[in-house]
Design a protein around this ligand. Structure first.
Ligand code: TXA
Ligand code: MG
Length: 343
């Protein structure tokens, strides 16, 4: 393809400020062509927005690392439209069949033995590849139109809070990328559950998400071990996203088992408090916030990252966050809060 002067100039203006596309059939066809030609497109998923490129194209995938300033040792998740595409990039097994049947398309990522067609840059040289079949209808259409598996990490500068709207993507990467597909606010707002099923008899949970270890155990019929850094020192090397400090807001954040009216009253007024559910003592206090009105875990997960971003724009000196009930998807919320709080 020859690049005319006009194309080059146009491209330059686009890099200065990303264009946001609605999911019309024409826009989707255009974005699919951009992906086929090696371009990057930020895409909506049901978890968080991702920054996508053709997973077969090493040069395109290198651009993802460049745009996010992501270290090369942090591998990407590959998104597929169907199991046929999965079979081209990874070795399947019985656990995949069961989990795919129960949870795909959906917020679950499987770590599997990798096929050589996936370039090293995607997997950071590991012999495994992380694969997921997303549920967001616009991304599914884009996957089918492009006919490609799409490598996509969360569409945020490395180490910052994941984006759950197209505006979040533009705020963080607007000058580093050119194309953002707007699919509305993300349904879950927390990144996918990651489970290593290379050995289907010994599944290991690498990242908690809205699909819980109990749900996986029920479907697999064998216990899913929760991989923790303390118990398994290999994990941070395996999944750098599990390193302690990640998903961080700009302000220092402290977690609490419970936030009470007395704690807020004792603290400075320029500290912000994030309760899990709306407290009956909040009144009109302008420094008290909540993840959910009635303590609904799904609603709380959906709101967590956008609230952290909103508070980063205020002039708070410190954030405090109350942990969610420590079960089910509450564990995923607490995982993200603890990482955000890590020094
Ligand atoms: O919900 C999600 O998973 C979102 C959307 C866009 O799909 N993606 C996402 O990607 O959260 P990212 O890159 O921010 O986090 C992916 C995590 C990283 O921490 C990485 O270390 C881990 O997946 N990962 C990728 N490939 C892996 C592999 N082969 N083995 C172990 N962990 C892997
Ligand atoms: Mg990420």
């Amino acid at each position: 393809m020859t690049v005319t002067v006009k194309d080059a100039a146009r491209r330059q203006t686009l890099t200065l400020s990303a264009q946001v596309y609605r999911g019309t059939p024409e826009n989707l066809r255009r974005l699919a062509r951009i992906l086929q030609r090696g371009g990057l497109v930020a895409v909506p998923t049901e978890t968080v927005y991702g920054l996508a490129a053709n997973a077969f194209d090493a040069a395109a995938c290198r651009q993802i690392f460049h745009a996010k300033r992501r270290p090369a040792n942090d591998p990407l998740i590959v998104h597929v439209a169907d199991l046929r595409m999965l079979a081209r990039i990874a070795e399947s097994n019985d656990a995949v069949t069961r989990l795919a049947h129960a949870f795909w398309p959906g917020p679950l990522t499987l770590v599997l033995p990798r096929n050589r067609v996936i370039p090293d840059v995607v997997t950071a040289g590991l012999s495994s590849v992380a694969v997921r079949m997303p549920a967001h209808p616009l991304l599914r259409r884009l996957l089918r139109l492009s006919g490609l598996p799409l490598a996509a990490p969360s569409a945020n500068p490395f180490g910052y809070v994941s984006p759950t709207t197209a505006a979040h993507v533009r705020d963080g990467l607007g000058s580093a990328i050119s194309h953002i597909l707007d699919g509305g606010p993300c349904r879950h707002g927390l990144e996918s559950t990651i489970v290593d099923v290379r050995d289907p008899r010994r599944p290991v949970l690498l990242r908690p998400g809205v699909i819980t270890a109990e749900q996986l155990t029920r479907v697999l019929g064998v216990p899913v071990r929760v991989g923790s850094r303390r118990r398994n020192p290999a994990i941070p090397a395996l999944a750098p996203g599990l390193m302690a400090r990640h998903y961080s807001p700009l302000r220092p954040l402290r977690t609490h088992r419970r936030i009470t009216a007395a704690m807020v009253a004792r603290a400075r007024t320029n500290e912000a408090w994030i309760c899990f559910r709306q407290p009956d003592w909040a009144g009109a206090a302008r420094n008290v916030f909540w993840l959910s009105t009635r303590g609904n875990v799904a609603a709380a997960g959906r709101r967590l990252f956008s609230l952290l971003r909103q508070l980063d724009h205020g002039d708070w000196t410190r954030l405090h966050a109350e942990l969610a009930p420590a079960n089910g998807p509450g564990l995923a919320i607490n995982d993200r809060l603890r990482r955000a709080a890590a020094k």
